[in-house]
Design a binder for this molecule. Sequence first.
Ligand SMILES: [Zn+2]
Length: 526
Amino acid sequence: MLENCVKHHKRCSYSGIAKVNSQWWPSRLLDLGTSSATPGPEIIRLIDPAKDTTTSYKYAALSYQWGGKEFIKLTAGSESSLRAGIPVDDLPLTFQEAISATRALCLRYLWIDALCIIQGCPDDWACEAPKMGLVYGKSHVNLAAAAATDPDGGLFAQRHPVLINGFVGTSPAGKEEYMCTFENDWETLVDCAPLNERGWVLQERVLAPRTLHFTSAKVFWECCESKASEKNRDVYAISSKVSFHQLQNGRTAELDPELAYSVWYEVLQSYRGMKFTVNGDRLMAISGIVEAVKRALPRDEEYHAGLWQSHLPWNLLWSIAGRGFRNESLVPLQERVKPSWSWASADPRDGVAWVANPKYSKSRAAKARVLKFEVEPISNPLGSVKNATLWIQARMCTVRIPMPSKDFNDGFEIKGRKVSDRSHYSFSHPLPSFDATLLLEIFTQTHEEINPELTDILAGLILCPTGEKGTYYRVGSYKVQHREDEYADMARQDAEALDRAFGECDLAPSQYQEFDGKEMYTVKII
Ligand SMILES: [Zn+2]
């Protein structure tokens, strides 16, 4: 498969990350040596290929789970012994078997994060983490320890031959024989493998030109042009046009921008429910994918902590998919990943849904305008952020949102008056006070403007004051849906009541940064 892919698959070898970065190598690699025939224990060494641009360091990369156990890592203390060479037997089983697999594929070099990034050194992490997408993208092959939950789990599983070869069954009368095999096991063995639940692994898999998935029952192959198992070649169809396979190998420069945006939203769907050891890594762990998507977009497109500039302000209208009002699942404001306006601040276990599909954004006029951003990245401008503020100009009103008693909405109260019980609101963070809540209008369509193709007629953000003048956390979003049933009139009345509330313009000076004298307030959201 590997040879066929390298020689004959155009999509796997043209214009991907490897071609764009032909002179680039990871800062460190493990040198497995050229022969294991020398007497004594097998030794591997840590080397610095980045300093040598004259040699080709074709390497495999390992995708695996750290788990909670202690194992040998590259640290300030262990660096000199790793450079001098350490016996393979001292490594955990997954690393040992990855070395065997790499050698079996006739490759000399291997990249393993724990042994190629100095652990416990924030400076080295800040320098190496943003290159992670490139490390996997430039690898010759990615070895995925799909079934293992820690480095002792290994790559090679004990398998029952029936799981690989199938078995021959006979009809009840014993006259006919059937060959029974497991054909549709990609989803259970690969997509649902323990490894593929980890957030960092998504970009490792998406950006690598080819991945060997070592699952509990079979070895599977995945590249830009083919999916196969060790028993059946090419039986797994590459999925539809809009798929993250479009991004595979970082081949995005020739993608249509609209398709690139669609793929981006699909990637975010795949990101749902993925697990992170460090919650704050969520933006960093897909920064390589962001970089690949960005190559397909117009040059002036900007990315702000998970949001695309040209999709604003619609991008701000995300909500928690299917979570309802089970507030216990929400991330407290103090623990949230910054900034609160990014989907990355929500609990990673939850999926993100878009209140207003960004695809439809062009067909309606936003009432709010994002004026500027101030994003202070931790290291990579496309990764996690220290602080991020946006300035937005919009109509706003103060509301009271009663604590919902059941799994449905109880509407808003404005000055003691109930205005809607058909609105939908969704919190991303618990509200510290239900009385000091503000709504910020992203769009409202009045009855005359209603386009029946659009499902919602008004939507905006729920904000909570930080205590600093005119500065807020985004704690949720709201919308009123267009109805064609007996509630159509009530939905319209709700939209009109909120429209009136936004028109009253009675915010106190402490509640905003600027007021345009008519109806638009400028506030900061952090
Ligand atoms: Zn291929």
